[in-house]
Design a protein around this ligand. Structure first.
Ligand code: HPA
Length: 248
């Protein structure tokens, strides 16, 4: 049975639960696209109903190319969500996006391949959804307003380049992405963002910069320990933003 959900949150690498979620109920949801990455935790944050789903599974068992993006979004929609905040752990390419920064990108370039990237199936309706502004502008504005209210610094805008992974990129790949205009690099932004539009969900991304992308910034080797430590350091600000966003 679906009830109103004020905000659905999809957690990325290093974000496997919402510590601020109270009165948690666990929902195992089946969708026409199969099962989502794991149970959806539904509860309240500051009195508002919030649903949380760990994109890679709560034990991080699903690599980016194996995530069932369609089922994840469909499950949240079936539970009654109309707005989705996607938390994406990323590498920073350009200067404003250093480790531990939070950013709310406004553009996407898709470099992924071989992923199911649409709801359109043979024999069904063919949708050519408008995707000029891939993130819902009103939800982006609300994230930025929440940043002002809470005093959490969020970089406004930027282009998210979605790569295939699970390996990190070469320096040449990142240099090409920089020439293309990418500011951030991550492995899960697509097809999720496009599918959200096809499903008619309001959707925006709060990116957590975990490291400098290959060859950027200090140019040091990227380690998983660094990635997780930087996500952890940014998590208090992230939780504050989620609470404020759920309210408005
Ligand atoms: N590249 C791609 N995805 C990422 C990175 C990166 O450097 N850091 C965290 N997710």
């Amino acid at each position: 049975m679906s009830q109103h959900i004020d905000l659905a949150v999809i957690g990325g690498t290093g974000v496997y639960k919402l510590a601020t979620l109270d009165d948690v109920e666990t929902r195992h949801v089946e969708t026409p696209y199969g099962a989502p990455s794991g149970p959806v935790r539904v509860g309240t944050v500051l009195g508002k109903r919030v649903a949380f789903l760990a994109r890679h599974g709560e034990g991080h068992s699903l690599p980016p190319h194996k995530v069932n993006y369609r089922a994840n979004l469909a499950a949240l929609k079936q539970l009654g969500a109309t707005r989705v905040l996607a938390l994406n752990t990323v590498g920073g390419i350009t200067e404003a996006y250093g480790p531990r920064a939070l950013a709310c990108p406004d553009q996407v370039i898709d470099y992924t391949w071989g992923r199911i990237s649409t709801l359109c199936e043979e024999g069904g309706d063919v949708l050519h959804v408008d995707f000029g502004d891939p993130y819902t502008p009103m939800l982006r504005h609300k994230i930025l307003a929440a940043a002002r209210v809470t005093g959490v610094t969020v970089v406004d805008g930027g282009c998210y380049g979605a790569t295939q992974g699970p390996r990190l990129e070469t320096k040449a790949e990142i240099a090409r992405m920089k020439r293309d205009g990418c500011d951030l690099v991550g492995m899960t932004g697509m097809p999720e963002t496009g599918l959200a539009r096809e499903l008619g969900l309001d959707y925006a991304c709060l990116a957590i910069v975990a490291n400098w992308a290959a060859g950027c910034g200090t140019g040091e080797e990227i380690t998983m320990a660094e990635v997780l430590a930087n996500v952890e350091a940014a998590s208090a600000g992230m939780a504050e933003l989620v609470g404020e966003l759920a309210r408005g």
